[in-house]
Design a protein. Sequence first.
Length: 199
Amino acid sequence: MDLALRMDWLEAGAAVNEEPVDLDVALVARARRGERDAFESLVRRHQRGLWRLVRRYVRADADASDVTQQAFVRAYRALDGFRGEASVKSWLYRIGINLALNHMRDRARERPTELDPEAISVGAVGASVLLAQEQQAALRAAVTALPPKQKMVLELRVYDELSFRDVAALCDCTENAAKVSFHFAVKRLRGLLGEEDGS
């Protein structure tokens, strides 16, 4: 274990033989002190997850990479403003979501026609593969049709496996409101996919 991280945990009140509660918080503390490698470690820990989150909104790999990079730049500049009220991951995701939504808004007038790479098939496929692809496409279309808040809550909970507490922090709502939004998103998805409510 890195000695500087261990010192941060000790300063935070952790016992000598206890593992720290949050490695990210220690990395933020080190980055605030100007340790560049600490912020680089934070980027490595969250880059893939943040990119996947952003990619669901911006829909193009290159744009997702740009927005993700912007999110980390913004986070670096705002390190002193991190209050620790939510997890570092939630804080980074909130920055990423805001930038992705801004990107979508700025590009709303641009509607380029692109082929979906998943729709391009090489070689023959069986009926079961085609059926699975159709079901996945129907699910993606149904998720896209959800109201923005429900879509965000559902994606953060299912795809990013965040707790309702973290989802609530990212969506600027209470934990109970996040649970309600999730419930209605699932119910609406079932309706859009033609499933019975109780199934």
